[in-house]
Ligand binder design. Structure first.
Ligand code: AMP
Length: 463
């Protein structure tokens, strides 16, 4: 029987081929991608003969030491950071997943969610496969191992033709790295060069840290086969409608990254401007919900012509340890992370900008916090449209029933969070801000138009 452990997601991948500093550079790469997953981290390297691996729970800086990195021998390596909710918080689910099969040792780093993993896993288990993890990524490794194709590249193609959904993945064998982005291109992956060595990463900010040159995005449906003698690019899959995840640009990616041809920072600032244009307000100051609302709030403050103030201060060291608050200290949860600056807020009509409302619980607590700090009025502005559907392709979202905008209208949400007014960015406004024709983005969480639609499947842990 399968163990289903809820929704988990959001990962970062990084790889480098043929560099004398491979393990150190992979370490730095996944360190830069830490925002994409804080639960576990791992690196696997190859010296051409065998694979060396280390994985652990926690942050990259805590999982690796110089000694551990020195033991990760060889000139080629891949890494991974993983996010998941508490339910599947197991080291066995940490990546890269490493297996030994008749093809030799293989390691896989995967970002994305396969929508038919459950069905495929059932089939494989009926045929005798024994799974080590509860992640959907392991299904890919089993399919590769099972393929009769002698050539590894062909086996990967055959395996991936069976899976549906989102995958930006790096596969390491003893002598090469294969990088693949799914035909819809849900999750990002970019290509760079460092001292002549090929680098692949979820986001460009990882290239910046190691002084690698950004070459281009890996295209949807593209497979890159990289080894000591060079790089080959092929497109083995049927072409699909490009479906770049717009939520990466809204919330998930780092603002210093370039993504889907745009600066994430500029896209977010445009969203804030557009949000303000669509939702006029009579107020005194604009404050962001840090960190997720900062860049959009800058755009909104510009457009409203109101001062931008850091009226909420974030504690960046909260970590994952959490003491359950008793009823008597009910606001402890949000105060642990965010504290208002009373002299900035007191007596003022405050516009609060955040990137999204999911369940509505954070916004509700924040409105109370800001009112308790003396605000005269609290106007909530959200730099994305109402989220009405769960993500099936790799962003951690709750079930549809738990998404406040799927059951409540604008006025009901305003009342629930207790704000004087509430305004969201429209879907058209969002598309204008990302400067792309609607056809190139997945916006399923906002419009329920799911580009890959196989929902008979149950979720496994995503990556
Ligand atoms: P909620 O209280 O459920 O409405 O959560 C809204 C807050 O969660 C906002 O401040 C968002 O920046 C943040 N957020 C949005 N999407 C995610 C996500 N996938 N994972 C973690 N936090 C998120």
């Amino acid at each position: 029987m399968l163990i289903h452990q809820g929704f988990h997601e959001e990962c970062g991948v990084f790889g480098i081929v043929q560099h004398t500093e491979a393990s150190n550079l992979v370490y730095l790469g996944i360190h830069a991608l830490q925002h994409r997953g804080q639960e576990s981290a791992g690196i696997v390297t190859s010296d051409g003969e065998e694979l060396y691996s280390h994985r652990g729970m926690g942050l990259v800086a805590d999982v690796f030491s110089q000694d551990i990195l020195s033991g990760l021998k060889g000139t080629t390596g891949i890494g991974h950071v993983r996010y998941s909710t508490a339910g599947s918080s197991h080291l066995k689910n940490a990546q890269p997943v490493v297996v030994s099969c008749w093809r030799g040792q293989l390691a896989l780093s995967h970002n994305g969610n396969l929508v038919n993993a459950h069905n495929l896993r059932d089939e494989l288990e009926l045929k005798g496969s024994i799974f080590q993890t509860t992640t959907d990524s392991e299904v890919i490794l089993h399919l590769i191992a099972k393929s009769r194709e002698h050539d590894l590249d062909q086996a990967v193609i055959q395996a991936l033709k069976k899976v549906e959904g989102a995958y930006a993945l790096l596969l390491l064998s003893k002598d090469k790295v294969i990088a693949v982005r799914d035909p819809n291109g849900f999750r990002p992956m970019v290509l760079g060069v460092k001292d002549g060595s090929v680098v692949m990463a979820s986001e460009t900010n990882a290239l910046d840290l190691i002084n690698a040159e950004f070459i281009r995005e890996i295209d949807p449906g593209e497979m890159l086969i990289v080894n000591g003698s060079g790089m080959e690019s092929i497109f083995p899959f049927t072409e699909r409608r490009p479906s770049f995840c717009v939520f990466e640009q809204i919330y998930f990616a780092r603002p210093d990254s370039m993504m889907f041809g745009k600066s994430v920072y500029e896209v977010r600032r445009n969203m804030g401007r557009q949000l303000a244009r669509e939702n006029p307000v009579d107020a005194d100051i604009v404050i962001p919900v840090p960190d997720s609302g900062i860049v959009a709030a800058l755009g909104a403050s510009d457009e409203y012509g109101l001062p931008f103030e850091m009226g909420l201060i974030r504690n960046h060291y909260v970590g994952r340890t959490f003491i359950e608050p008793r009823q008597s200290i009910r606001d402890f949860g949000v105060k642990l992370k965010l504290n208002p600056v009373r002299p900035i807020i007191e007596g003022r009509r405050v516009v609060v900008v955040d990137d999204s409302i999911v369940r509505g619980t954070t916004s509700r607590k924040l409105v109370r916090l800001i009112r308790d700090a003396g605000a005269a009025e609290v106007h909530f502005r959200i730099s994305s449209p109402p989220i009405i559907g769960p993500c099936r392709y790799g962003i951690d979202t709750p079930t549809r029933e738990e998404l406040i905008a799927s059951t409540k209208n604008l006025e009901e949400i305003r009342e629930y969070i207790g704000a004087n007014s509430l305004g969201y960015l429209s879907i058209e406004g969002m598309m204008e801000a990302v400067c792309a024709s609607g056809g190139h983005h997945c916006m399923a969480c906002f419009n329920l138009d799911y580009p890959v639609n196989i929902f008979s499947d149950q979720p496994l842990s995503h990556n």
